[in-house]
Design a protein around this ligand. Structure first.
Ligand SMILES: Cc1cc2nc3c(=O)[nH]c(=O)nc-3n(C[C@H](O)[C@H](O)[C@H](O)COP(=O)(O)OP(=O)(O)OC[C@H]3O[C@@H](n4cnc5c(N)ncnc54)[C@H](O)[C@@H]3O)c2cc1C
Length: 430
């Protein structure tokens, strides 16, 4: 089960034409829709299930610059400015708090990763700094963990995923965007080699531009048109504790757990050192592109060949506009929680901060992440199909950058000056 999302009053009518169609009502598609609506461009968002029902409501809510690739920092900085205005822009408190983010290292090797990252961004004038064990003890009291050191960025932040996407959707609607739930896009429609519309389960919508922001599903939709977008699934399990005192307001990521304060007064906790990596047919088709990532993160990945392989195999890879598609078969991707990983996280957390001992778990859930071979998203026009732009593959860190990623995608759709240099995100790099 996903955490409860603030409901959005969406549209029941169905347009036959619109200037821009956005496929996917996650936070990226919705941020693009808000930007376009503010620019008075007629836009409709089509969501196969519920607004933010997949990654965008299930994530940890970390809004960080720390540990991003240097080339991804301009987008993260632009996003930070947009987050700061988000509550005013949407008229809803989306839980944005600049309480800082800290990553901890137990070993020299782990500390070297943070030092190398600091070196990679040394020209960028960030407020990140390395921490000693004594500084960690001062900033996050009550700990018993033995730390080599850490890294801390006071200007990093958090926001509430269950509030933010809904607020952005409602603000986009107020500015004239149409947002339609339970409406899967089956295929892209083309005329003369360029986009002319989309075919949905409710009929066709003609348009000039399509923005595909379908998260883990973008690869499958494009695959049906013979376009290969590399993205593989990872599953992250999460818990929320009941309200409790807790040691700090700073979000803390240790090698094998993380916690951050939630608006309810509890904490969001996860096993930061492990993700489920279900093997699918796509692992065989594109796995070779991920060898570098696999070498780096092999200790963190729990590879499995089981139910996801079979479930994925049962979903079509080729279909016609008249067929029922995988998007109608799986309205919401709701992976099983890995309670063993959650228990590991709690054990590691309570050993490091005993104040968490006996904390009550109010809810737990899991989400499926779409990972590209270089862990950077694709925010880019698709050369093979004029009129199509993709914003997908956010690789587990797209919530933080989503307001800027959506705006950048909207800029590319409109042909206006891009918010940041889109070069790191071009599709052609694959
Ligand atoms: C457990 C977890 C923890 C995470 N923690 C963080 C974090 O702390 N910080 C951070 O920055 N990021 C985090 N992330 C990543 C972040 O959640 C994602 O990068 C971000 O939400 C991606 O948004 P999106 O709009 O691209 O995708 P999604 O939220 O997945 O939205 C895509 C939507 O498209 C819809 N769709 C797909 N195909 C079709 C179709 N054919 N027709 C109609 N609709 C369609 C889907 O139903 C879905 O709702 C985490 C992710 C998970 C799962």
């Amino acid at each position: 089960m996903a955490p409860a999302i603030k409901p959005v009053i969406t549209t029941t009518s169905f347009p036959t034409t619109r200037t821009v169609v956005i496929i996917g009502g996650g936070i990226v598609g919705l941020s693009a829709a808000l930007t376009l609506a503010e620019r008075r461009i007629p836009v409709v968002v089509l969501e196969k299930g519920r607004i933010a029902g997949e990654q965008s409501s299930r994530n940890l809510g970390w809004v960080r610059k720390t540990s991003r690739l240097a080339e991804d920092i301009p987008l993260a900085r632009a996003a930070q400015q947009l987050w700061q205005q988000m509550s005013a822009r949407t008229g809803v408190d989306v839980g944005y708090r600049q309480a800082g983010i800290m990553f901890l290292a137990r070993t020299r090797q782990q500390m070297a990763v943070h030092e190398n990252w600091m070196h990679s961004v040394s020209q960028l004038d960030l407020d990140s700094r390395l921490l000693s064990a004594a500084e960690i003890a001062r900033l996050v009291p009550g700990g018993e963990g033995k730390w080599q050191g850490g890294i801390y960025t006071p200007s990093d932040a958090r926001a509430e995923p269950t509030l933010a996407a809904s607020a952005i959707a409602q603000a986009a609607i107020a500015k004239g965007a149409l947002v339609i739930e339970n409406c899967a896009v089956r295929t892209l429609a083309t005329e003369g080699g360029r986009i002319s519309g989309v075919v949905t389960e409710r009929g066709e919508i003609r348009c000039e531009q399509v923005l595909l922001a379908g998260g883990i599903w973008s690869r499958r939709l494009l695959g049906n048109h013979g376009i290969r977008l590399p993205a593989l699934p990872l599953i992250c399990s999460v818990m929320r504790t009941a309200p409790m005192a807790g040691p700090t307001d700073i979000a803390v990521g240790a090698p094998d757990f993380s916690f951050r304060r939630h608006q309810s007064g509890g904490f969001i906790v996860t096993q930061r050192g492990a993700l489920d990596a279900p093997l699918t047919l796509d692992s065989l088709l594109t796995g070779h592109r991920y060898l570098a990532q696999l070498r780096q993160g092999k200790d963190n990945l729990r590879l499995s060949l089981g139910r996801y392989f079979l479930r994925d195999l049962a979903l079509s890879r080729r279909w016609k506009p008249t067929s029922r598609t995988p998007f109608e078969q799986v309205r919401t991707m709701d992976p099983e929680v890995n309670h063993r990983l959650n228990q590991e996280a709690l054990t590691n957390l309570t050993a490091a901060w005993p104040g968490f001992t006996g904390c009550r778990i109010a809810e737990s859930w899991a989400g499926m992440i779409d990972v590209t071979p270089d862990s950077n998203p694709i925010i880019s026009p698709v050369a093979r199909l004029p009129g199509l732009t993709v914003a997908s593959g956010f690789s587990g860190h797209g919530f933080g950058t989503s307001p800027a990623a959506g705006q950048l995608a909207a800029d590319l759709v409109c042909g206006s000056a891009p918010l940041v240099d889109p070069t790191p995100y071009r599709f052609a790099r694959f």
